[in-house]
Design a protein. Structure first.
Length: 282
C-alpha cells in the first residue's frame, strides 16, 4: 500500500444489484472476446485452439474478479473479498464427491437436449476438430486448463467476487440464483446454459452452506477433471445424441441431492462453518 492510499477501514464498500451482476458478467464476456482476438494476432487459428480458449477465458474472469472486488469490496483483502476461508476437511471431500456425482444428471441433460436439438453436421465436425490433440503434452495442458485453471477463475468470479458482494445485501436464495444465472451466461453456447445452471445451483448451495469458496471449488475441479478425462478418452462426446438412461440420470440426481442434504446437515452443526457463513453477510 502506498502513502497515498487510504487505510482499508476507511474505504467504503459498495452494494451490488442484479443489474450490476449481469453487467459485470457481460464485461467478462467482452474482455474474453478482446483477449481472444488479441491472441489470434500472434498466430492464425489460435482463437480456435481449446487450451488457448481456456486461458483467455481465465484471464478475462480473473480481471473481472479483481476489478469487481476492488470497486465493491475495497475494504477487504483478497482472501476475504473472495470468501476463501478455511473449512473442515470433510467439507472439501464432500465437495469432491458432489462434483463427481454431478456427472450423471449433467450427462443425462446434455443427451436429452442433443436428442431434441441435434447439432448440425458442420458443428459436429467443428467440435471434433476442437477436441483433437496432437501430442501428450497438449492433452496434459488441456486437462490442467479445464480441470484446474478453469474452475479456479470461474469460482473466483462467480462464487467468489459476485457471491461475496451480493450476499452482503441479498438473501441466500437470491444470491445463489443470481450467481447461477451469471454462471450460465458465461457459458456462451445456449445449448450448454441449462447444464451450467444445473451445476451452478449445486456449486452455489455448497458455497452458501459452507461459507467458503474452497468447497465449491473442490466440486468444480472434480466435475471438470472427470469431464476432461472422459472427453480425451472418447467415453463422452459433447452433444452426444444418445442420452444417459433416465434411470441412471434419476439415480445420479438422487445421489447428488442426498449428499447435498448431508452436507447441509453437517455444516449447520459446525461452529467453524457458522462463523464463515456469518462472515459472508458482513
Amino acid at each position: 500500500m502506498s502513502d497515498r492510499d487510504p487505510p482499508l477501514d476507511a474505504r467504503v464498500d459498495r452494494p451490488l444489484s442484479l443489474i450490476g451482476a449481469v453487467g459485470w458478467t457481460a464485461l467478462v464476456v467482452l474482455l474474453f472476446s478482446l483477449i481472444l482476438s488479441l491472441s489470434a494476432t500472434f498466430r492464425p487459428g489460435l482463437s480456435r485452439e481449446l487450451v488457448n480458449l481456456q486461458i483467455c477465458f481465465g484471464l478475462a474472469m480473473a480481471l473481472g474478479a479483481l476489478l469487481l472486488t476492488r470497486l465493491h469490496l475495497p475494504s477487504r483483502d483478497g482472501v476475504e473479498a473472495l470468501g476463501a476461508r478455511p473449512t473442515p476437511w470433510w467439507l472439501l471431500f464432500a465437495g469432491l464427491v458432489v462434483g463427481v456425482l454431478l456427472q450423471a444428471p449433467a450427462l443425462w441433460l446434455d443427451g436429452w437436449i442433443s436428442q431434441r436439438w441435434p447439432l448440425a453436421p458442420e458443428e459436429q465436425e467443428r467440435q471434433a476438430l476442437l477436441f483433437s490433440f496432437q501430442s501428450v503434452g497438449h492433452k496434459v495442458a488441456f486437462v490442467a486448463a479445464a480441470g484446474l485453471v478453469g474452475p479456479l477463475v470461474e469460482e473466483g468470479f462467480c462464487r467468489g467476487a459476485l457471491f461475496r458482494t451480493l450476499r452482503r445485501t441479498h438473501g441466500p436464495g437470491p444470491t445463489v440464483l443470481i450467481t447461477t444465472g451469471c454462471f450460465a451466461l458465461l457459458h456462451l453456447d445456449p445449448r450448454y446454459a441449462a447444464n451450467a445452471a444445473l451445476c451452478g445451483l449445486a456449486l452455489g448451495a455448497l458455497r452458501l452452506w459452507s461459507g467458503s469458496l474452497w468447497v465449491s471449488l473442490a466440486a468444480h475441479v472434480a466435475f471438470n477433471s472427470v469431464t476432461a478425462v472422459a472427453l480425451l478418452g472418447g467415453w463422452v462426446k459433447l452433444g452426444e445424441s444418445r442420452p444417459l438412461g433416465a434411470l441412471w440420470g434419476a439415480l445420479g440426481t438422487g445421489l447428488v441431492l442426498g449428499v447435498l442434504a448431508a452436507i447441509w446437515w453437517g455444516a449447520s452443526r459446525s461452529e467453524v462453518v457458522a462463523q464463515a457463513v456469518e462472515a459472508d453477510e458482513d
